[in-house]
Ligand binder design. Structure first.
Ligand SMILES: [Zn+2]
Length: 448
């Protein structure tokens, strides 16, 4: 488009955000002294301040002159309601953590109220830390959806599937029926999308996987699953089935551009080739994988193979933070340490994983993931005037290696403020803390 002459009438827009830098992710380099122009919740333009003065009049003009503005962070894997079980069991490996600590407690308290209250607690933490979209996998997704809508956040809700009963459903068919009914209820909510979320290859049998694959094709739904989180998962599958779990899922028709492999810590070279050939996505959860001693995913190899990589926190019960800025730094450091290559996972690549990579994994990259005209104005302002971020040679480097979520000051979703001056706007934080304390009183008793 030709630039308009300065004499032309200025366009009125809803919102202008001036920042010292904008890191739009597309393109990769940060833009100094630019403004983001927003109208009707969508990004109209990114322009230098003087050009913005000449071409636009904003109904609301926000100035964040020591800040870097980035796309909203996408937490590509969480079990949000488990925020109520943060710190309930540290220092145990995955199998014992699940069977001795988490599943017995869930059996005691699981229900829509638990999921709603826990998800609201998680949403408040995530928004304050710059996360505007979350890929959630938990029971009672309708209760989670209500919490995300109240918070003003975007979410993908995974329809959970297991082959064993919980309070939520008796069997795989029951989980699918309940989850798809929830999906129908939120069809008209633009901030809520659904996917199919079989827990893992080892907890869901072939017949259930076939039903999931058929539904995913019929309804055009993403399939997300925990895959190869532990070394034992690979060893057990090879013993029982003679194949990698990924090869088994591929034979069942589950892989493809709508397949999201969560964790993918123990993929071998054949698995990596298959993930790349099928255009699958990987969600890297470095803190959870480290804390449960599961291992370190070969992220540099995934990126070198052309696989889309997103970042996730996993649940707060195995992390214990829902802090994607923390995950960015950890991902960068672990990639360098494990490859012996200081050039592995540079800051711009990590920021891309935490934003556009997540959006692509969720199938939402036409709407979110980068600050480009036409996309939704989901944006985060991070103050780099702190002593820990001064001076600043490169704001993208600082985002990953020097800044933290405590430097997030403002967050917008669709151009509407959801965090202002570090305060979450749409959640009664005192009430959320009160409900968390009541759940704590029930959960603090040892299970059994
Ligand atoms: Zn998980």
């Amino acid at each position: 488009m030709e630039p308009e002459p300065l004499s032309a009438a200025r366009r009125t827009v809803d919102l202008r955000i001036d920042a010292a830098w904008i890191a739009p992710v597309e393109p990769e380099a940060a833009l100094a002294e630019h403004a983001l122009l927003v109208d009707g919740g969508r990004i109209v333009a990114l322009a230098p301040w003087d050009e913005a003065d000449a071409r636009y009049v904003a109904r609301v003009h926000v100035q964040r002159l020591t800040h870097v503005l980035i796309p909203g962070l996408v937490n590509a894997h969480a079990h949000s309601a488990m925020a109520l079980m943060r710190g309930v069991a540290d220092d145990v490996p995955l199998a014992a953590w699940l069977t001795e600590h988490i599943w017995p407690r869930e059996a005691a308290v699981l229900g829509p109220d638990f999921v709603h209250d826990g998800t609201l607690l998680a949403a408040a933490e995530m928004l304050a830390g710059g996360i505007t979209a979350c890929n959630d996998m938990y029971f009672y997704p309708e209760a989670a959806a209500d919490a995300y809508l109240a918070a003003g956040m975007r979410a993908m809700l995974g329809v959970p599937v297991l082959d064993f009963p919980t309070r939520y459903a008796p069997d795989a068919a029951g989980y699918l029926a309940a989850g798809l009914a929830a999906r129908d209820r939120y069809r008209r909510e633009p901030h809520i999308v659904f996917s199919l979320a079989p827990h893992a290859p080892y907890t869901v049998g072939d017949d259930s996987w076939r039903a999931i694959v058929t539904l995913a094709r019929e309804l055009d739904l993403t399939i997300q699953t925990h895959l190869l989180e532990t070394r034992k998962e690979r060893a057990d599958a090879l013993t029982q089935d003679g194949r990698s779990p990924l090869a088994r899922l591929d034979a069942l028709g589950a892989t493809g551009p709508g397949f999201v492999a969560i964790h993918a810590v123990h993929c071998d070279e054949d698995d990596i080739r298959m993930l790349a050939a099928r255009h699958c996505h990987v969600v890297h959860c470095p803190a959870s994988n480290a804390k449960l001693a599961s291992g370190i995913a070969p992220v540099a190899a995934y990126l070198a193979a052309g696989i889309n990589v997103a970042l996730g926190t996993d649940g707060a019960a195995s992390n214990n933070r829902l802090d994607l800025m923390g995950e960015m730094r950890l991902a960068a450091l672990l990639a360098k340490a494990t490859t012996g290559d200081a050039a592995a996972l540079p800051a711009a690549s990590v920021l891309r994983c935490a934003t556009l990579g997540g959006a692509r994994a969720l199938g939402l990259d036409a709407t979110i993931g980068s600050l480009v005209p036409g996309k939704a104005a989901d944006a985060v302002a991070i103050d780099l005037a702190d002593i820990a971020t001064t001076p600043c040679y490169d704001p993208v480097s600082h985002l990953v290696h020097a800044a933290g979520r405590e430097h997030v000051t403002d967050v917008w979703v669709d151009g509407a403020p959801v965090v202002t001056d570090r305060l979450v706007q749409r959640i009664d934080v005192a009430a959320v803390k009160g409900s968390a304390e009541r759940w704590h009183a029930r959960l603090a008793r040892p299970p059994g």
